[in-house]
Design a protein around this ligand. Sequence first.
Ligand code: SF4
Length: 472
Amino acid sequence: MTKPNIFLIAPAMDCKERNKAFGIKLPLLGYPAISLPMIAALTPDTFTVRLVDCANEPVPYGQPCDLALVVGQTHHMPSAYEICDKLCAMGTKVVLGGMHVTALPDEGLKHADTVILHEGESVWQDILADFSKGALKKTYEGGPVDLATLPPIRRDLFNNTFYHPGEIIETTRGCPVGCQFCAVKDFFGSKFRVRPPEAIRQELMELFGPRPPQAKWKDWLAAHWHPDIPYFVERRLLYVMDSNFISEPAHARAVLEVFKELDIRWYGHASFNLMRDEAMLDLMAESGCMSVNIGFESINQTNIDKMGKHSNKTARYTECIKALHDRDIGVMGTFIVGFDDDTPAVFDELADFILENQLETAFTLTLTPLPGTAIFKEMDKENRIFSKNWRDYDHGTVTFFPKNMTPKQLHQGMRHVWKRVYSWKGIWQRILKKPRIRPFFFLPVNMGFRKCTRILSSEKVWPTPNQKRPSA
Ligand code: SF4
């Protein structure tokens, strides 16, 4: 008997320029969504599974597909819906998942047979059973899955010609903070969940194995170039994709001990809180941490307080960056512009901050009212959203009327920050001047961002003449 074929599809934006700008083609940063290879790992071998990453390959419509799962973010949805419509027309049963359709399930059901709300892993077996009986339901309410029950992701499905030579892992899920602009708390739940460190150790040990013994070439590269280079050559590079790696400090410490034992280089995301814990910072450095991405979000404390990220203290940002630099850990800062307290002065203030503090990278995004978030509900109520074309929700396009500037000023200001930060002078000042943190890692990443700057949101979206800013 032939096995039913399942396509697990990660849609991409349907504009090549934007894909290049905000997605997937950045050196050392391009990974497919981890949820799909995880779903593949939970699929019994009575099915044949294929992973399709539309950022790199077209959907193979000519090939038999009995069931498709499509998971994308808001800016992917126009393309995702097109894929769903085509597959449905061919007789494939189509399931949609992810944050966007969790927020807007009725919209998703116009293009798919079934919608998964919240995390899909907990209901995937039910979906497969119902599919086999020909009795798929319209919606499946997923829930916070116990991470201890999840197997390693199906890495064998990755086409490695698309991705960089490092590995990716998830060690925690959930967030209790609930920033106004973010859907993580609503989607993953407010309780932190952790994967057992022993399971992480076993998985990484299989991936990396013990580090090969020291050799002359490694000594030479470390002495003449940089101690990181042998790790790059040996491909002992790991990306920890959690929203906040240190959410459970005891767990984070146990995982850091695993990284230390494995002797790898890694980078991931952590909250500003990490600066409070000197011992954690030291252990991060010892465990091979090259870089931490911190969601600074804004350099204006009023914005921070309004968004609900009370742990962030802008007055201590410089201290936080220095604590990491002192340990030879680079800082990748994420910032958002367009908050209600931002004026046109914010752009130069932000660029000055990034340059003066020598952030190794800065990802400056336009505030985007994603469906399902508090900020979407608020702006929608105030009639401030002028584009609900989800294609524009790529964090580089303005979709709403900001309070203290025009949409055009916001768009141009965001680009201005990128231009200053990724100018040759900006790269020199941040990467090559002392403290010169891990330049062989950050230079290629900066080159990627510099390229993005040129094409960043090249298609502008402005309100049409009949869309007026609501009066205050
Ligand atoms: S931005 Fe970070 S801290 Fe805020 S809700 Fe999202 S995941 Fe949590």
